[in-house]
Design a protein around this ligand. Structure first.
Ligand code: MLT
Length: 236
């Protein structure tokens, strides 16, 4: 099984994904929100790149809520920003969520021609590693990154998934992927590794410390959001 980690949303655009699995990671915070929303009973999530398309699609649905951010902050007129802690059962159970974020939803839309697309973060990393092990397909792990640049929070999570898989089976990986696997092996404490990183520090500076504490928890749920035909639902 070959596994390759890509560093930002734009890096997947010319990638040949035929016959492969894709895993999209945007730990802070888009994929952590998606996992939390699906876990708490959201019926489905519709990811969009831009704000107007998100509003337009939501306006055509009579059970829809708008969610998303720009520069980390809630978009004017939206029901939710991008804080996973806001996506509680009472507010979202049975609802369709129309979502746009700066990097995470764009990463999902940039991937084309794959077999399966799974959504991951620290919250469900073992569940995702296990499904990849079960599928045994070559896999591209797409870190959404931040503004088309490498982001340590996503890359460390990707390294942890590769690490889990490589403990079970022999994998083929390029040097960039191997280096993140080694980093993951050395990182006992996620917070210590991320505390000076760019997006982590930015979200802290605008008051989202509780989101950070939540998003760096490993394996608190088993849900695997699965993207198909423009819609994210739980795989189970
Ligand atoms: C993104 O998609 O860029 C992020 O989720 C931004 C954030 O809300 O932290």
């Amino acid at each position: 099984m070959q596994i390759k980690i890509l560093n930002s949303a734009k890096d997947i655009i010319n990638e040949d994904l035929e016959g492969k699995n894709v895993v999209v990671i945007d730990v802070l915070r888009a994929t952590s929100v998606m996992i939390t929303a699906i876990k708490n009973g959201a019926k489905s999530i519709f990811p969009f790149e831009n704000i107007d398309d998100t509003k337009q699609a939501c306006s055509l649905n009579n059970n829809g809520l708008l969610a998303g951010e720009r520069k980390g902050l809630k978009i004017d007129g939206f029901d939710f920003g991008n804080s996973p802690l806001d996506f509680v059962k009472e507010k979202i159970s049975g609802k369709n969520i129309f979502m746009t974020t700066s990097n995470g939803t764009r990463a999902i839309q940039n991937a084309q021609g794959y077999d399966n697309l799974y959504i991951a973060s620290y919250l469900n990393l073992s569940a995702v590693a296990n499904i990849l092990l079960k599928d045994r397909k070559d896999t591209v792990i797409l870190c959404a990154g931040t503004d088309d640049e490498f982001s340590l929070d996503d890359a460390l999570c990707a390294g942890m998934i590769v690490n889990k898989i490589s403990k079970q089976i022999k994998i083929k990986a390029d040097d960039a992927t191997l280096s993140l696997q080694i980093l993951a092996d050395l990182s006992d404490n996620i917070k210590d590794t991320l505390k000076n990183s760019k997006h982590y520090s930015y979200l802290k500076s605008i008051g989202y410390e509780n989101d950070l504490e939540y998003c760096i928890q490993k394996d608190i749920c088993e849900v695997i959001p699965f993207y198909k035909d423009g819609i994210i639902k739980n795989i189970k």
